[in-house]
Design a protein around this ligand. Structure first.
Ligand code: FE2
Ligand code: FE2
Length: 268
């Protein structure tokens, strides 16, 4: 199995550059701040203002990463500081929720979910990715399959109860992605224990995961379209949420797909 040499280290990505990842994640984190603000009750003036300040901060960083050709140390530090800041904010929010001190229109699991995404970006900025392709692909599959499983659970919970056929579809996706996640965790555990030179089942599993991810991405895109056309009954705060989770599915497809090709290279 070949070892990956990635320059610069682009943790959990191994595709494109750190700049490419920063362009993706700054927009995502900016939108998280928006979703938080929209979900907070009107009387939570300070928390809403904090959420808005994070929106502004990530909007500014998004502009910066889109204008530069590489990430210099100053920009890297600004990104790390901002991501650390929003992680602390999300964790504080989640703490207030589980202690029943606030009751926003945000699932606690959603706040946990978006905290995990920020931590993933922070790790990527600070540490880079595992060098071994098997370690890298399994880590990224466990991460993204968990996020995808939760996306469909959130969508199911936001649909109006009358959207009965769509709810049946989300239940099917939910069952599939729960099993895919469990299988990815099993394979990651075996890979960790055995450290094999090759593990062809991971390749087969990855192909199945990619097929299902593509179907889920298409479902999210269709749901976004319906929301834009006002043809969907739900309590989704903005159709942007559906586009957001579609973009994350596309990112998962790109990252897992690129590593899948590297596994092929390693087997020859
Ligand atoms: Fe997200
Ligand atoms: Fe997500």
């Amino acid at each position: 199995m070949q070892r990956l040499l990635v320059e610069p280290p682009v943790g959990g990505v191994l595709v494109g550059s750190l700049l490419d990842a920063a362009r993706f994640w700054t927009r995502i984190l900016k939108e998280h701040a928006l979703f938080i603000r929209l979900g907070l009750p009107a009387d939570q003036v300070e928390l809403r203002a904090e959420a808005q300040a994070f929106f502004d901060l990530f909007e500014e960083l998004e502009t910066r990463v889109n204008e530069v050709q590489s990430i210099d140390p100053g920009l890297l530090q600004d990104l790390i500081d901002a991501v650390n800041g929003i992680i602390a904010f999300k964790r504080r929010l989640l703490g207030l929720q589980v202690e029943c001190k606030i009751a926003p229109c945000l699932y606690p699991l959603l706040v946990d979910h978006i905290t995990r995404e920020a931590v993933n970006f922070l790790n990527l900025l600070k540490d880079g990715a595992p060098e071994d392709p098997l370690d890298a692909i399994l880590a990224i599959e466990v991460f993204w399959l968990r996020q995808m499983k939760e996306h469909i659970e959130f969508v199911r919970g936001l649909l109006d109860p009358s959207e009965r056929l769509l709810i049946v579809e989300t239940d099917a996706f939910s069952a599939t992605f729960s099993r895919l996640l469990e299988e990815a965790r099993d394979l990651a555990s075996m890979n960790f224990q055995a450290q094999p030179d090759s593990f062809n089942t991971v390749t087969r599993f990855t192909d199945t995961a990619l097929e299902n991810l593509t179907r889920l991405r298409d479902f999210k895109a269709a749901a976004h379209e319906l929301a834009l056309l006002c043809q969907l009954l739900s309590i989704v705060s903005t159709p942007l949420l559906l586009d957001h989770i579609r973009r994350e599915a596309d990112r998962a497809l790109v990252e897992i797909g690129a590593l899948r090709e590297l596994l092929d290279g390693g087997e020859e």
